[in-house]
Design a binder for this molecule. Structure first.
Ligand code: GTP
Ligand code: K
Ligand code: MG
Length: 442
């Protein structure tokens, strides 16, 4: 017997309203026994006076919604109680529900899991629900919503169906060599595999755009000691996140701060000044700085306007296409350079704030051009990436396979890898395609 599960759907603590969700075969009982009334109209809010069925103690007056299966989030019978959002109210309701036979508190993600198991949505959409709940910026929200609406799931399902048709052709070739099938089935498969390998590669080769959007885009501030890196971090973050001092070599550890740039989540990192280290600790700090610069999506290379025309060679060596060049302390020296290391110079003062709005817009623009690709759903999870790489490798093997049997086995591996992403790994699907495409033996 499937247990009926329940849990608060709203965050713990005080609030205007708290929602407690119930799902399972006995969900209706929760409403009738606690609410002391017959079931209301489906999907219409009804006023309920809730009391504990054990002793009749009044718990709260609230609203109840009744969603009979299968038209609910989980695909099961679902009841939602909207009550006053106090801890004691919710605790009393939870306690009363727990006393009902066959009821237990839900495990994390269990409502979504039941929804997936009842075919309400695929795994990518379930993951998107989690992302949407975690979304902190508008771009994160947009990506999660697109994925929840099925953009990514549809892309992977389309690929999987194309592969299944390819496999059906291969299998027909193997199983029914004497049947009256069209010629050259194997030749029909090759272009299908080649096209898919191309599409998989384009999707995989996206600079981790979607994954970055979930985790945050990494920007590293690098430069010589005392160039004003920590001052710049503090100015951009509008808080004293890093220690600033006139002593060269102040920053040792990487200091991170989180920003929202144009709706994109950004992890901005301040690092140790680059120079010949004076001691072991500084040398470790510089190693971390270089490591961070190498792994960053974007870099801010900070030069000191006071020391012009000398440019720090260690910082110059880091400048590349993913770098914004910043000339700091322009309150103290006239800016005479427009280009450094082939990149346009952004003149700023971390102290007076001069040039910072321009730096912020340049940074935001750089972030947007690197990570926005309208219309095309992005790969969002390492789990998907692993499966897609496995699929591509299998298809590449299939192209080289000397026998159709071996090619078919590799294509099957590719199909299973794609099926794992959406959670659709049903062999019945494959039979459907075989019978629909060939109608052998009727
Ligand atoms: N006038 C002026 N002084 C600045 C500016 N930016 C930083 N400073 C000063 O320069 C000194 C060094 O600043 P920091 O921010 O500690 O420099 P840093 O690059 O982080 O230095 P390390 O952590 O030692 O590598 C401090 O005394 C700051 O007040 C600026 O734009 N104008
Ligand atoms: K310093
Ligand atoms: Mg510093």
């Amino acid at each position: 017997m499937i247990p009926t599960i329940f849990a608060p759907a709203t965050a713990p603590g005080r609030g205007g309203v708290a929602i407690v969700r119930v799902s399972g075969p006995d969900a209706a009982t929760a409403l009738t026994s606690l609410g002391g009334r017959p079931l209301p109209e489906p999907r219409a809010a009804a006023v309920v006076r809730l009391s504990d069925p054990r002793d009749g103690e009044f718990l709260d007056q609230g609203l109840a919604l009744w969603f009979p299966a299968p038209r609910s989030f989980t695909g099961e019978d679902v009841v939602e109680f909207h009550v006053h959002g106090g801890r004691a109210v919710v605790a009393g309701l939870i306690d009363a529900l727990a006393s009902l036979p066959g009821f237990r508190i839900a495990e994390p993600g269990e409502f979504s899991r039941r929804g997936f198991e009842n075919g309400k949505f695929d795994l990518t959409a379930a993951e998107a629900i989690a992302d949407l709940v975690d979304a902190e910026t508008s771009a994160q929200r947009r990506q999660a919503l697109r994925q929840m609406e099925g953009d990514l799931g549809r892309l992977y399902e389309d690929w999987r169906h194309r592969l299944m048709r390819g496999l059906a052709h291969l299998e027909a070739d193997i199983d029914f060599p004497d049947e009256d099938l069209p010629d050259g089935v194997a030749d029909q498969v090759r272009p299908v595999l080649e096209a898919l390998i191309g599409e998989l590669s384009a999707h995989l080769n996206d600079k981790h755009r979607g994954e970055r959007l979930r985790d945050g885009i990494h920007i590293a501030i690098v430069g010589a000691p005392n160039a004003g890196k920590s001052s710049l971090l503090n100015a951009l973050a509008r808080r004293e996140a890093a220690i600033v001092s006139e002593r060269a070599g102040t920053t040792r550890d990487v200091v991170e701060t989180h920003l929202d740039l144009g709706g994109y989540p950004v992890v901005l990192a301040d690092t140790a000044g680059l120079r010949e280290a004076a001691d072991e600790i500084e040398s470790e700090g510089i190693r971390r700085a270089l490591d961070r610069a190498a792994r960053a999506d974007l870099k801010l290379a900070v030069f000191d306007a006071v020391t012009l025309p000398d440019l720090d060679a260690k910082t110059l060596a880091i400048v590349d296409d993913d770098t914004l060049v910043v000339l700091n302390k322009c309150d103290r020296a006239a800016v005479t350079l427009e280009v450094i290391g082939g990149r346009p110079v952004l003149a700023v003062s971390a102290v007076t704030g001069q040039g910072l709005p321009e730096l912020l817009s340049a940074l935001t623009a750089a972030v947007i051009t690197r990570f926005e690709a309208p219309g095309v759903p992005a790969l969002t999870r390492a789990r998907h990436r692993t499966a897609l790489e496995e699929c591509r490798a299998a298809l590449q093997r299939a192209l080289l396979a000397p026998l159709p049997e071996l090619a078919a086995e590799d294509v099957r591996i590719g199909i299973r890898a794609l099926g794992r992403i959406t959670g659709r790994v049903d062999v019945e699907d494959l039979l459907d395609v075989i019978f629909r495409d060939f109608c052998i033996g009727k």
